[in-house]
Design a binder for this molecule. Sequence first.
Ligand SMILES: Nc1ncnc2c1ncn2[C@@H]1O[C@H](COP(=O)(O)OP(=O)(O)OP(=O)(O)O)[C@@H](O)[C@H]1O
Length: 252
Amino acid sequence: MSRRLELRQVSKRFGDIDVLAGITLHVEPGEFVSILGPSGAGKSTIFRLLTGGLEGHGGCVDFDGRPLADACRPFAFMPQHDALMPWRTVIENTALGLEVQGMSRKAARGKVAPLFGEFGLAGFEHKYPAQLSGGMRQRAALLRTVVQDRAMLLLDEPFGALDALTRTGMQRWLQMMWDRHRWTVLLITHDVREAVFLSDRIYVLSGRPARVLREIIIPLPRPRKDLASPEASAIEADILDTLLEPQPAQRT
Ligand SMILES: Nc1ncnc2c1ncn2[C@@H]1O[C@H](COP(=O)(O)OP(=O)(O)OP(=O)(O)O)[C@@H](O)[C@H]1O
């Protein structure tokens, strides 16, 4: 299938330390897929491999049926921290990715400006990042990512730094936005409830070296309104059991 991401038996070592031990996963067009695992497992390492930030790995990474190296920059990446430049206004920050791609400053701003309302940022175009709330900063960072019109969004713990209430609000907002736009998303998180609430499928990773413990299809109907419905809570408890069960490597 076209525009499909597939990793087969991907491994990565740093020196003599195995970080990824044969990761196999796929993401279909229009899917929301999460990689869920403990801190330090190697989740961000997967994204660094995908975005070209790391040389050398075992296994295969294909996009659109061809080796990733032959694909034309299919990913828009949102890092863990919003990475907004404090000296640039919000509209300048959100247009930056387009300008880096070669779009003129005027055209880039013309493309992002109409989206400020939908991203809850209307009226803040000419403010600086320090004048925004945490949730607004994350929405600005997501706008900067989405507007690049790439085939797939890579979101690395986008709400990890937010307080619990803001985080819940952002999860609901992202769910609503995904329902509207059906972006293809690969999300990294260590928040089980977040993964269950947002995802079509979840890959549960073990701790280091990371391997896929389970692939879980989330059958909850969309649109999803409640992060704590009985059905969602049962799936969450099942995943927590998997994550908290001692792994063979940890018993030695
Ligand atoms: N360039 C590097 N050299 C050596 N070790 C590295 C390098 N990059 C990452 N690591 C190690 O690989 C492991 C996995 O790191 P990674 O950032 O991928 O984990 P993570 O699952 O994303 O963690 P977190 O959820 O805390 O962000 C860590 O133990 C880290 O120290």
